[in-house]
Design a protein around this ligand. Structure first.
Ligand code: HEC
Length: 128
């Protein structure tokens, strides 16, 4: 009985810390540029269009390949969780299926050299 109670409490703590973990990772690794609420600045994009980017061809790959994402000092697992969280919380659209560690691991190997040009190209192609 006690063992089961300990496991149950442990799982509850883990579930809570998983949510706190993504917010924590965001604050630590992203908010310095994108602001805590994702609103960005004159030189850093707001993250509220990420859901829209997700819905155009190539957007899913793009989001995991922008330098700030691809080169974040986080494991593939935590980066995948962070992207899923960011899209849900700030992009207004959770990816389906969610990013996985292996997908993010593959995409982040090739950080975009010209992310703004790539974004414009994807948007132009999607508008055709
Ligand atoms: C040093 C500042 C900086 C940090 C830190 C940073 N970013 Fe960025 N981010 C940018 C800039 C600037 C851009 C615009 C593209 C570029 O020039 O890299 C961008 C673009 C993006 C985009 C594309 C948005 C769009 O609509 O096209 C996403 C998504 C993103 N960042 C997420 C993140 C996440 C998640 C983190 C934390 C792991 C992060 N960024 C850390 C500066 C930063």
């Amino acid at each position: 009985m006690i063992a089961r109670a300990v496991v149950t409490v442990g799982l509850a703590v883990l579930a809570t810390s998983a949510v706190a973990g993504e917010r924590y990772d965001y604050v630590l690794h992203c908010a310095g540029c994108h602001k805590p609420d994702g609103s960005g600045s004159e030189v850093v994009p707001a993250l509220d269009e990420t859901g829209m980017m997700l819905s155009i061809p190539g957007g899913r790959e793009y989001l995991a390949s922008v330098p700030g994402v691809a080169q974040a000092p986080l494991s593939d697992e935590r980066l995948a969780a962070l992207l899923n969280w960011m899209l849900r919380e700030m992009g207004g659209r959770a990816p389906v299926p969610g990013y996985t560690a292996s997908e993010v691991g593959r995409l982040r190997k090739k950080p975009l050299r010209e992310p703004v040009a790539e974004r414009n190209r994807l948007l132009a192609d999607a508008a055709k």
